[in-house]
Design a binder for this molecule. Sequence first.
Ligand code: SF4
Length: 106
Amino acid sequence: MRNQRPLLAIRRECLACCSGSSKEVSLCPITTCALYPLRFGKKSKSKQTTLQAIKQKCRDCGEGTAKAVRECEFIDCALFQYRFGKNPQRKGVGGEGQRFQSKKAC
Ligand code: SF4
């Protein structure tokens, strides 16, 4: 799932969370989820940036610890490459982009 945009990755994660049902994504009741404002894969008036929301979601998923996020092994997760709040496709653009590996608890 490399080379997909962060917003598309969020959309994919929400669809995965709702067993592929876009209707269920639109009806998602979990307003506290970091991805909630971005679940349609479109920018929204969210307090967090797209990458910050992904980082928060991964923190919530990884028992709230940076270590768990760092050690995440779910490389097929749509959010995996963005879990540090950085976009690897923008490597060298404004100093962003790193590679890591780890375990998903959600
Ligand atoms: S906003 Fe969160 S809880 Fe709702 S569908 Fe997306 S990932 Fe799942």
